[in-house]
Structure formats: structure tokens, C-alpha cells
Design a binder for this molecule. Structure first.
Ligand code: HEC
Ligand code: HEC
Length: 191
């Protein structure tokens, strides 16, 4: 083995050691692989919505939840029951409903490589079909430090469904910690 191959093989074994200790960790936030090889920078959140029809039809009553926040089976189920949508009638003309369902399914969490989409799927039981993002295991795990005073009893928030009231970059599909600002409580600092 010449000097150059020795150095290369040393570097490789160090890399493999570092990778094996982090690759299977619960949260790969600073994971060796994702930092150096895996995640492309723009895929850290969920894919942003770039569909004007979706924004108009599904963003009128609330935050336009990105398709990558729920699996395809959830969107199909939801689109099949719009006349009774969380206590409201959100029915659409058949053509619009079809086009929107196609968009949602194509970009659903289980069809996306974005980091948050993959995490949502990772924590979901097989076959589970949630209709609320805020009731998925990943969501609950990420929000368990918040008090009722910050959410339900906070007149500027009221519901976990209002992603955009705390996540200042939610429209861009970004939910990073340093971007969180809870109205009345300020910047989120986790330690
Ligand atoms: C007429 C108003 C209205 C329209 C239009 C509407 N929604 Fe909703 N949606 C609601 C209400 C009300 C809730 C419950 C919000 C809450 O609990 O605070 C809701 C909740 C949701 C949730 C669950 C949010 C959570 O808690 O995780 C999703 C997902 C959702 N809507 C998707 C859609 C989609 C997709 C469309 C378009 C096809 C749509 N909505 C159109 C009124 C509407
Ligand atoms: C009341 C404010 C509030 C609302 C509303 C809210 N969140 Fe959060 N969210 C937080 C806080 C605070 C954290 C950080 C928890 C932690 O890791 O310390 C968080 C964490 C997250 C994370 C993980 C971020 C990370 O860096 O690990 C995601 C993803 C997320 N929220 C998505 C959502 C979505 C989607 C919605 C709407 C369905 C939503 N949140 C609604 C406050 C909120």
C-alpha cells in the first residue's frame, strides 16, 4: 500500500465509523451522512406549494398545507369527503376536485424525498390514514413541549392547525427551529 492509498483508506474507515454511529439515530439533524452526502440543502423542509389552483381552493379558509405533510391515502380519503370537511362544507366542482387530488397524491409525503415528509412517514404506522397533520405521531412528538397557554388559550393562535402563526417560513415549506415565533411568547428557544 503506498502512502496515498493508506491515507485514503484511513479517511474512509473514519468516515464509515462516524456514519455508522449516526446513520440510525432517531433524529438525523446533524447526521454525518445527511450533512456530507445525503440531503440537498433545499430538501430540508417540505416541498413548497406552487399550484395556483390548490392555493386558491384549499388556502382560502386556512393555511395551504403542503401535500408533503400527509401520505397519499390521507389526501384521497379527504378529497372523497369534502362535503363534510371538519364541520364545514368544502365541496368543489368535480373537475377541480380531481385536479387537486392528483396534485396532492403526486406530491404526498410518501412520494417525496424532502426531510420532513420522510420523517412524517417514518413515525406513521403502516396503513394509518390520518386526516389531520396535527394528529400524526411526528407532529405530536415535535410539539409536546408547548403549553395550552401558547396554543389553544392563545387568542393569536387558537389551534395547532394554524402552522403559519408560529412558523414564520411555513409558506416556503420551512419549519426550522430558529424561524419559530409564537405570538405573545416570542422566538422559540429550545435548550
Ligand atoms: C370552507 C372552509 C374550508 C375549505 C374551503 C377547506 N378547508 Fe380544510 N379545514 C377547514 C376547517 C374548519 C378545518 C379544521 C381547522 C381547525 O381544527 O382549526 C380544516 C382542516 C384541514 C386539515 C387538517 C389540519 C390539521 O389540523 O392538521 C387539512 C389537511 C385540510 N383542512 C385540507 C384542506 C384541503 C386539501 C382543502 C381543499 C380541497 C381544504 N382543506 C379546504 C375548512 C376548510
Ligand atoms: C403554537 C405554535 C405552533 C404551531 C401552531 C405549529 N407549530 Fe410546529 N413547532 C412549534 C415549535 C415551538 C416547535 C419546536 C419544538 C422543538 O423542537 O423544540 C415546532 C416544531 C415543528 C417541526 C419540527 C421542526 C424541527 O426543527 O425539528 C415541524 C416539522 C413543525 N413544527 C410543523 C408544523 C406544522 C406543519 C404545523 C401546522 C399543522 C405546525 N407546526 C404548527 C410551534 C408551532
Amino acid at each position: 500500500m503506498n502512502r496515498k492509498t493508506l491515507v485514503v483508506s484511513m479517511l474512509l474507515s473514519t468516515a464509515m465509523l462516524a456514519a455508522s454511529s449516526t446513520a440510525f439515530s432517531d433524529d438525523d439533524e446533524g447526521g454525518f451522512f445527511s450533512r456530507w452526502f445525503g440531503e440537498r440543502k433545499h430538501e430540508v423542509g417540505v416541498a413548497p406549494v406552487e399550484n395556483p389552483q390548490y392555493l386558491e381552493e384549499c388556502g382560502g379558509c386556512h393555511f395551504p398545507y403542503q401535500p408533503g405533510l400527509l401520505p397519499a391515502r390521507s389526501w384521497t380519503k379527504m378529497m372523497g369527503g369534502l362535503e363534510e370537511h371538519f364541520g364545514e362544507n368544502a365541496e368543489l366542482p368535480l373537475d377541480d376536485a380531481r385536479a387537486i387530488e392528483e396534485y396532492l397524491v403526486k406530491n404526498a409525503a410518501d412520494n417525496s424525498s424532502y426531510k420532513r415528509s420522510r420523517k412524517i412517514m417514518k413515525y406513521m404506522r403502516p396503513g394509518e390514514t390520518p386526516l389531520r397533520i396535527s394528529e400524526t405521531a411526528y407532529f405530536i412528538k415535535e410539539h409536546d413541549e408547548l403549553s395550552r397557554r401558547m396554543v389553544e388559550e392563545n387568542p393569536q393562535v387558537e389551534s395547532f392547525s394554524r402552522c403559519g402563526s408560529c412558523h414564520t417560513q411555513a409558506m416556503k415549506g420551512s419549519f426550522e427551529e430558529h424561524e419559530i415565533n409564537i405570538p405573545g411568547f416570542g422566538q422559540w428557544e429550545d435548550d
